[in-house]
Structures are given as structure tokens and as C-alpha cells.
Design a protein around this ligand. Structure first.
Ligand code: GLA
Ligand code: ZN
Length: 667
């Protein structure tokens, strides 16, 4: 199913459990929610100590009341499981539920997200409370979706986790220490293991120089969080099979490979807190667009939920500046344009005490509707009510950027070349931007995804090639695809073992028709120059020294010494397709022009059939076109025909002025 509701969900984290002693606030909340056109509330994320005040003693009357009240106002409840934080009694009685840090010290009770994902006790306790919740609220008219835990993250180094890690390694390496020693290249520094118990998690004061171990550990940590999550959802699936399940993810957080979660959630959801400014927001908007597309692509384009965003400011940046009205509204519209079927906030009402009491909320401490933020939220609520047509709609993309968690890990872990600045995320985002500025929709996919539906795939800095990836690139190009690779591509396999026989390895040398003999690193401010299509560009940071072996040279370095004669940009006809290699880290202008040429050649169709001024982005969902002005100033767009503005209902065409932070939603 692509949609779960006929309207865009407008809501957010709602914590009536914090107001149990001043319950008059609950009724006021409902009055205000109606006013702000809020149709949903996410309840109970951190409510465990109220739900189970003593071990095995459950307290649901308060939540019954909340659920009933919300239902009576027609609100959809995104009901949370409470495992993100636990009651003090549990930690006191079962210390094993708490996390152990790298040093081996067990954390004391406190904060949140401080649990061991392996602990059988914690798994049992979470499954039990989740079962109770599902039993109690199955069939409740307000129950709409499950919000499982909160932002799974971090890692635990306790003995239970170490044991589980070893068991996981045994499975991964076919119960063979020889295989593991070989793949991890443990002859280096004499690290050959002779007993599985000699292996433990990477630690600051222990083993932290074996990239393969670090990769294995991240894979294991992902697996452990995932199996914890699967344990959490078992009772939910059993008792409420029709209620969709999600868990909220955090941007491009690297502790977990989020792609592994995607098959096990019904709806992908994420929490968005960009660094918006009161001026030009093109950069944060481009970065955020990328992240939206990462999550949109996670379930093949199925709409995702924007589970959290702030309606005003956050409290956790060094300086938490107020934003002009319009900035958050545009951010919300951007999320919908990129595939979100919800705009949800952290948080509905500011808490009176605790760590987050100054974090933005729809309702401030003053407690009424007479605030700027409340008016902003209400106005947006009115806009979202007009967007039923986009709910469930997918975006068709014919180009993709490969952005791969495993590769992100590997490029973080290896030692060598440009150790100071690798910037894998930024590099992928700069290739993405070339498409965004032209209004070409792109998917952002991991390397193990099927490429065949795309006319063009760019995989910047694909240093690590997981099993089968090289073969799939080969097949893809052979069958007519166009694949772009850059410097340091195809260097290692999934265990960070270098390919033998020249880079790009694993057979890609033949596909790209090049051999990268050496790789140079340049300091800040240093660059080589490369001419391409009559213009000169800077090649920065990392530059391969290349030999063409059949590839056509599109450009060579204009630098002497060992660069002399080295191609910088090549294309190789392979089968029915073309494999491009850009041997260096380019400035944005090169990427824009290079991809621009390919976009034209392939006839990729932009979402907006009119030119987009700088800082104005466009995205189509179904038949609705969103045009968004992040430039920080006024911009005029030359519409190609008459459209109906979905918000005002009026028609518009010709030169249409977009004020600062303005947008058009066109049908
Ligand atoms: C995260 C958490 C929320 C809250 C917000 C604050 O996303 O999930 O509980 O702490 O950050 O920005
Ligand atoms: Zn543990």
C-alpha cells in the first residue's frame, strides 16, 4: 500500500504523560490542535515509567483517556513503543539493560538511548510492554501507526554483545578463522587469531587499526539493532497486522546501515533538523533534498514520513537562532515535494522542565495560540489540507546517484591518501546537485540496488565494491547504461582487501578502459587544472594518475611532472553503454556541466518545463509541481503556461514572482 491516509499527516511528538499532574492542559491541547489543523499526534515515545511504574504493574488508564480524547477529535495516533528510554527500576534491578562503553565501563542509569540491544532481559521487557500496548489498543479508532522506539543508535560493548559479535562472525566467515584471518589480512602486525574468543569489538584502547574489523562491527551493530527492532515488532505484527510500522531514522547517521531496516518497516520515516538560516538556504536545501531522496529511494520511491522537524528552533545547536516565518514552512513543503506524506514536529508543546524545555514547539510556555510559531503552524496546516492529491504519489526518476552506507564506512576507515578530508557525503551531494539544479528527479540508492531502470547512474568515490557490485555495473553498462565513476573507485572488496591487478578492480578496469596507476592528494588551496568542453576547472583534493586503455580521453590534466599525459576524464564504450571516469575531485561547476551534457544527450526530462533561477528548486509528485525558492531573495520564474495554484486556487502563468522563501504548488 502506498498511502495510509487520504490527507497529509500533520502532527508530531505529543507528551501528555509529562502533564499528568496538570491535566487541564490535555483539553487545551485538543482545542489548539484543532485550531492548528493538526490531524495526528505521536504519543508515548518516552512514557515507559508511567506505563509500567513497577515491574509487571501496568498503568493504562491515562493513555486510554488520551487515546479516546484524540479519537473524539478525529486525530490519528502514531503510537510509540517506549524502548528509547526506560524506567529507573529496570536499570536498578537489571543492570545488563544498560550499555557498556568501549572502555568496558557500564553506563549508569540516565539519559536515553542507553540500552544494550543484545540484552535478553531488555528484549523480553520491550516485547512485553509492546504486547500490552498492542493488546490494549488494537482496534482503537485512533491507532494509526506504530512508532517503534526512537532513533535507534549507538553501540554496546558488553560481554553479551561481544559474544553475539563472535557468533555473528562465525556465521559470516563460515566458521573458519583461516578465512577470517585471510580476509582481514591478519598477517599484518601479526594479528592472526587462533581462537574466536580473542576477537572483540573495535576499541579506542584495543584494536582500532583493522578496517575489516571495523566494517564487520558496523555490520554487526546494524544487525543487532535490527534484530532488536524485529523483536519489538513481533507482538505488533501479530496483534495489529493492519497497522503500519515505522521507526524514525536520523539523517545520514552512520552507526547503522539504514538500508537494512527498509524491508522491515512499512513506512520509512526520518527526523529533519537542517541548519537553516535567515538568508540564502540553497545549500542546506540541496543537502536536505538529497537526504529526502535517500529515504524516498529506500522503499523504491514509496512515500516516506517526515517524523520530526522543528516548527521553529531547536535547542541543540551551538547558537539557536530564531528563523523568519516562512523558512520552516518552505522546509515542510520541500519534504512533501520530495515524497513525504507527513509533516510532523518535535514537538507539539514545550515541556516545562528537563533537557528540551527550550526546544521549539507548536505551543510555547505561554500556552495559547497567540504566538508567531503557532500561527505559522496553523497556516501550514491549511496548506497541507489542500494537498490530498499528492498523498501516495511517487516520483519517477531515470537517473540515480549511488550513496552507499558500507562505502561511507570504508571511506571513513582506511588510512592513506587524503586523510584530512574525505567528504563522502559531500561528494555524493555535489553530484546530486547537478541534477537538482536542473530539476531532474534522481533516486539515491545503495550500490546493491538494481541499476537497470536508470538511463544514468553516478557513483562517486565508490571505493568499496560489495559482493557482485562490479558485475552488476558491468552488466548495466553492457546493456546500454551510462555509469559515471570517479577517483578511488573499485579499490577494495567488502572486507577492505585491495583488488589485485590494477584499479578500478574486480573487472572494472576493462569496463572503464582505464588504469589508475597512482593517486595523489592535494592540500587545501592546491589544485590541478582540467579543460573540458572549452572551460577550465579545478581538480582538487584527490586526483588519480590515469592511463587510457581503450577509453576515449575527453580531457587530460594540464599539469606537468607525473601528471603529464594522464587523462582526467574518459569515456569507454562497453557493450551498448558507456562508462565514464572522472579521475579527480572536481569543483561543482565541472559536475554541473559534465552532468548537464549527459542530461541533454540522454534527454532526461526536468520536472519543471521552464528554467529555474539559482536557488529555486522544483520537484513533481504525481501531477503536482512544487517550485521552491530557497535563494534568500525574490526570484521570478517564467512559467511556460497557465497553471492552477493549488493553495490559492487561482491561475498563474508567465513571469511569476516568488518572494523570499516563497513557493508555488502548481497543477
Ligand atoms: C531527536 C529526538 C527527539 C528530540 C529531537 C530534538 O530527533 O528523536 O526526541 O530530542 O531530536 O531536536
Ligand atoms: Zn550489550
Amino acid at each position: 500500500m502506498d498511502k495510509y491516509y487520504d490527507h497529509i499527516i500533520h502532527g508530531g511528538d505529543y507528551n501528555p504523560d509529562q502533564w499528568i499532574d496538570t491535566k487541564e492542559v490535555w483539553d487545551e491541547d485538543l482545542r489548539l490542535m484543532d485550531l492548528a489543523k493538526i490531524n495526528s499526534a505521536t504519543v508515548g515515545i518516552f512514557a515507559w515509567s508511567l506505563l509500567e511504574p513497577e515491574e509487571g504493574v501496568f498503568n493504562f488508564p491515562w493513555l486510554n483517556e488520551v487515546m479516546d480524547k484524540l479519537a473524539s477529535h478525529g486525530k490519528k495516533v502514531v503510537l510509540a513503543t517506549p524502548s528509547g528510554a526506560r524506567p529507573p527500576w529496570m536499570a536498578q534491578k537489571y543492570p545488563e539493560v544498560l550499555r557498556v562503553e568501549e572502555s568496558g565501563a557500564r553506563n549508569e542509569y540516565g539519559v536515553r538511548h542507553n540500552h544494550c540491544p543484545t540484552s535478553p532481559v531488555y528484549r523480553e521487557k520491550t516485547a512485553r510492554i509492546n504486547r500490552r500496548l498492542a493488546e490494549r489498543y488494537k482496534g482503537h479508532p485512533a491507532l494509526f501507526m506504530w512508532h517503534v522506539s526512537n532513533e535507534y543508535s549507538g553501540e554496546c560493548h558488553c560481554e553479551l554483545c561481544q559474544k553475539a559479535f563472535r557468533a555473528w562472525l562465525k556465521k559470516e566467515y563460515h566458521n573458519s578463522l583461516d578465512e577470517l584471518n585471510f580476509k582481514w589480512w591478519n598477517g599484518f602486525w601479526s594479528h592472526r587469531f587462533t581462537d574466536w574468543d580473542e576477537i572483540s569489538s573495535p576499541k579506542y584502547r584495543g584494536e582500532n587499526h583493522v578496517p575489516a574489523l571495523k566494517l564487520a562491527w558496523r555490520r554487526f551493530v546494524t544487525e543487532q539493532h535490527l534484530s532488536f527492532y524485529r523483536n519489538e515488532i513481533e507482538p505488533l505484527r501479530e496483534l495489529t497486522p493492519d497497522v503500519p510500522v515505522t521507526t524514525n531514522m536520523m539523517r545520514l547517521y552512520k552507526g547503522i546501515n539504514y538500508h537494512k531496516f527498509a524491508p522491515y518497516v512499512d513506512v520509512v520515516s526520518w527526523d529533519n533538523y537542517p541548519d537553516w538560516t535567515n538568508g540564502d538556504n540553497a545549500d542546506p536545501a540541496a543537502e536536505t533534498a538529497f537526504v529526502h531522496d535517500v529515504f524516498r529511494s529506500m522503499k523504491d520511491g514509496k512515500p516516506f514520513y517526515l517524523m520530526e522537524s522543528t516548527p521553529s528552533i531547536v535547542n541543540h545547536k551551538p547558537v539557536n537562532r530564531l528563523l523568519k516565518s516562512g523558512v520552516q514552512e518552505l522546509a515542510a513543503i520541500q519534504a512533501v515535494a520530495h515524497g513525504a506524506d507527513s509533516v510532523q514536529y518535535f514537538q507539539w508543546r514545550k515541556s516545562r522542565g528537563g533537557h528540551e524545555k527550550f526546544h521549539g514547539a507548536a505551543v510555547d510556555h505561554v500556552g495559547n495560540e497567540n504566538t508567531r510559531v503557532f500561527r505559522d503552524v496553523s497556516r501550514l496546516g491549511g496548506v497541507l489540507e489542500r494537498l490530498d492529491a499528492v498523498v501516495g504519489a511517487r516520483t519517477e526518476a531515470h537517473a540515480a546517484i549511488v550513496y552507499d552506507w558500507e562505502n561511507a564506512w570504508a571511506t571513513e576507515f582506511f588510512c592513506g591518501y587524503h586523510n584530512a578530508r574525505r567528504d563522502y557525503d559531500k561528494i555524493c551531494q555535489s553530484w546530486y546537485r547537478a541534477f537538482l539544479r536542473r530539476g531532474i528527479p534522481v533516486d539515491v540508492i545503495p550500490a546493491d540496488r538494481d541499476f537497470s531502470k536508470y538511463g544514468l547512474v553516478a557513483a562517486p568515490f565508490l571505493y568499496l565494491l560489495g559482493d557482485g557490485v562490479a558485475d552488476r555495473i558491468k552488466e548495466y553498462v553492457k546493456n546500454g547504461g551510462r555509469f559515471i565513476a570517479t577517483y578511488l573507485t573499485g579499490i577494495v572488496d567488502r572486507d577492505d582487501l585491495c583488488f589485485r591487478g590494477g584499479f578500478p578492480g574486480a573487472g572494472l578496469r576493462e569496463v572503464f578502459g582505464v588504469w589508475a596507476e597512482e593517486t595523489d592528494s592535494l592540500g587545501e588551496g592546491e589544485y590541478n587544472t582540467v579543460s573540458f568542453g572549452g572551460k577550465t576547472y579545478r581538480a582538487e583534493n584527490t586526483c588519480d594518475v590515469l592511463h587510457a586503455e581503450g577509453a576515449r580521453i575527453l580531457s587530460a590534466y594540464e599539469t606537468a611532472s607525473f601528471y603529464a599525459g594522464s587523462p582526467a576524464v574518459t569515456v569507454n564504450g562497453y557493450g551498448k553503454g558507456y562508462a565514464y571516469y572522472a579521475a579527480f575531485r572536481p569543483e561543482q561547476a565541472f559536475i554541473d556541466d559534465f552532468c548537464g551534457g549527459l542530461i541533454d544527450e540522454l534527454g532526461l526530462v526536468p520536472d519543471a518545463p521552464f528554467p529555474l533561477p539559482d536557488g529555486v528548486f522544483a520537484r513533481k509528485r504525481g501531477d503536482v509541481l512544487f517550485v521552491m525558492n530557497f535563494s534568500g531573495g525574490e526570484r521570478t520564474v517564467a512559467l511556460d503556461r497557465e497553471y492552477r495554484d493549488v493553495v490559492s486556487g487561482e491561475s498563474c502563468g508567465g513571469g511569476t514572482v516568488l518572494p523570499e522563501n516563497g513557493y508555488l504548488i502548481l497543477a
